[in-house]
Design a protein. Structure first.
Length: 290
């Protein structure tokens, strides 16, 4: 009994983490399971039987396909823009001293801590005040705005732990600033940049609250699904959601591989030759009184 209790105390954190991860993945598992369901009516809420019909034609619902294309376009463009801006901001905040640097570090975190309802309402007020027509453009501006903060935080954390001696070695060997950045800094930062881009893409493609305020007549995938809950959700929604999750898992695996590869590159420092002073030096003649 004491041995079992000792084993349980030793593995308690691992067991707790396994239950927590399982709890987080349970809704995704249900979505994947019901993508193979054969519902009797419009609502796919109860299991009726196994079927591959929806997987054979996942793009059968025209309105759903249009909403998914809009979401992918907004997510792709906002990810590219926010990653570029966020990376440059992170480099500026970590590598350079300038007036307002502390205030900028504080302001970057505010969009992450502010409720989405507040951000969505504030953006809507701004667009209405400036006479912007709500639609794809306002939706894209909103997604870029709330994605930049997450990109800055992820890339900045990577920069803080960056080994600057590698850049100094490249400069000592004759590389210019741009060459050093392209061949040394950027490859080592790439895992953090890719991770930040994936996070921005995921936040954009599944955003509902801010999009609901600023989309106008433009309909994204989450907005379409919300409207479909009142008239019946087709099984294709579950199929597309499962596809998105599978693509996300593959992208995460690629990011982890890139990060480990960058860590190995950073650890591959040139072997230091043994110093001449470290070897025993024979005494000079007469040094010992001989």
């Amino acid at each position: 009994m004491s041995r079992a209790w000792a084993w349980l105390r030793e593995k308690a954190l691992v067991i707790y983490a396994a239950f927590a991860v399982g709890y987080l993945l349970l809704p995704i598992a249900v979505v994947a399971l019901f993508s193979f369901n054969d519902p009797a009516g419009k609502f796919n809420y109860t299991w009726q039987g196994f079927s591959l019909e929806s997987w054979e034609d996942p793009f059968a619902v025209t309105g759903l396909n249009d909403a998914m294309i809009v979401s992918l376009e907004v997510a792709a463009i906002s990810t590219i823009v926010s990653t570029l801006l966020g990376t440059l901001i992170a480099i500026a905040l970590v590598r350079h001293e300038f007036f307002g640097r502390r205030a900028a570090n504080f302001l970057i975190v505010i969009p992450m801590a502010t409720p989405e309802v507040v951000i969505g309402a504030a953006l809507l007020s701004m667009f209405v005040t400036w006479n912007f027509n709500l639609g794809f453009q306002t939706l894209l501006i909103a997604h870029i705005m709330f994605s930049i903060s997450f990109v800055v935080v992820v890339v900045r954390s990577r920069l803080i732990g960056f080994d600057r001696s590698l850049e100094e070695a490249a400069r000592d060997l004759g590389a210019g600033p741009f060459t050093t950045f392209r061949l040394v800094t950027l490859p080592l930062l790439m895992p953090g940049i890719i991770g930040a881009a994936l996070l921005a893409f995921a936040l954009s493609i599944d955003d509902f609250v801010i999009s609901n305020f600023n989309a106008g007549q433009t309909e994204t995938f989450p907005l379409w699904v919300y409207g479909a809950t009142q008239r019946g959700i087709p099984v294709q929604v579950y199929v597309l959601a499962t596809m998105l999750f599978a693509v996300t898992v593959l992208a995460m695996a690629f990011t982890v591989w890139q990060q480990r590869r960058a860590e190995r590159m950073a650890a591959m420092l040139p072997d230091q030759e043994p110093r001449a002073a470290a070897a025993p030096v024979p005494p000079a003649p007469g040094a010992l009184g001989g």
